[in-house]
Design a protein around this ligand. Sequence first.
Ligand code: GUN
Length: 293
Amino acid sequence: MQILDGKQTAEQIKAEIADEVNRIKARGGKVPHLAAILVGNDGASETYVANKVLDCKQVGFDSTLIRLPADITEQALLDHIQQLNENSDIDGFIVQVPLPKHIDETRVTLAISPAKDVDGFSPASVGRMCLALPTFISATPNGVMELLKRYQIETAGKHCVVVGRSNIVGTPMSILMSRNSNPGNATVTLVHSRTPNMADICRTADILIVAIGKPDFVTGDMVKDGAVVIDVGITRVADASKASGFRLTGDVHFESVKTKCSFITPVPGGVGPMTRASLLQNTLKAQALRDQL
Ligand code: GUN
């Protein structure tokens, strides 16, 4: 079994981006500028956004964090989004989710200009991804594809089972793995909470991508010998032995799966850092895509 080291791969990607920023600066160009809107103070979201700002610093991007109160009205949030759409200094921006219950996430994603939608969550971006047109591919699926590519994992003709059908991960993952590209060209099955015989289907996977948000959901008996296992899950599980009071747990039961698979992503240090690196890749791409979207 070999670890797919997302941490190391992400560092490599960040070094490549930092080199590109230096080249931009050397020719007197504009350094990419990412903005993030954080509504309220959900603990996990605070950490994610703080890390995104740190990542920008590391590669030499400009960044702006806009913090808004949890009780902000939907209209006031939409006004902030409109300002970012119109601000030519901002190349791309994200609105961290989940949002407070009184705000309609679909309205929010629809309000983000497709040219600045570096999360790739807007209907326009998702539609363009489905048609393989130039666009932003959302960070987690893009990070998984990048990891498969850099480890030269053969995907063509393989059976890929995606567990989970979220808009952010499972659904785009299934489209990317099936499309005519490398990585891609896999035969894809997407399973979800209403799928009978899920374990049987998982056992037929050459590549198993798990994004269901349930800690330790996939166990060794659900994995074929030699499968490639990608664990997208990252749940905070209470753990009194940790200073933080929690540990991060994937959707895959690592100990029982590691003896069966050929490759596996650890949690933490697998898909998470790749997601962060992908957002930087998308922000860099924003300048190139500006005139195409
Ligand atoms: N919440 C969890 N993951 C993400 C992400 O990739 N982008 C945004 N905007 N919110 C998230």
